[in-house]
Design a protein around this ligand. Structure first.
Ligand code: ZN
Length: 99
């Protein structure tokens, strides 16, 4: 698992955790797990930004596999390194066939 895939898991866990829960009386109450998951996702994103040496707002998900990587700003790409390499490989194979 890459760091980007780990961050994707943390963010997915946060986005799929319900914001509120029902108590025994049926009243809606804030879900403590939501705050925990939000903190974990935020810290994961900050860890990745530090790992890549880029500002936090340049981190974003890959359009193909949704792993987090350097997406925005100078040197940012829509595809992560693995998907970019796979896409280049497909293009090269297509070019070889056509030539
Ligand atoms: Zn990717």
């Amino acid at each position: 698992m890459t760091v980007g895939e780990w961050v994707r898991g943390q963010v997915d866990a946060w986005r799929t955790t319900p914001r509120t829960i029902l108590d025994t009386a049926g009243r809606s109450a804030p879900n403590p797990a939501y705050a925990t998951a939000a903190r974990a996702a935020s810290s994961a994103l900050r860890t990745l930004a530090g790992h890549l040496g880029i500002p936090l707002d340049e981190v974003g998900p890959c359009v193909t596999c949704h792993a987090y990587h350097h997406r925005y700003g100078t040197g940012g790409r829509p595809l992560c390194q693995a998907c970019h390499a796979a896409a280049l490989d497909r293009v090269r194979r297509r070019y070889r066939r056509a030539a």
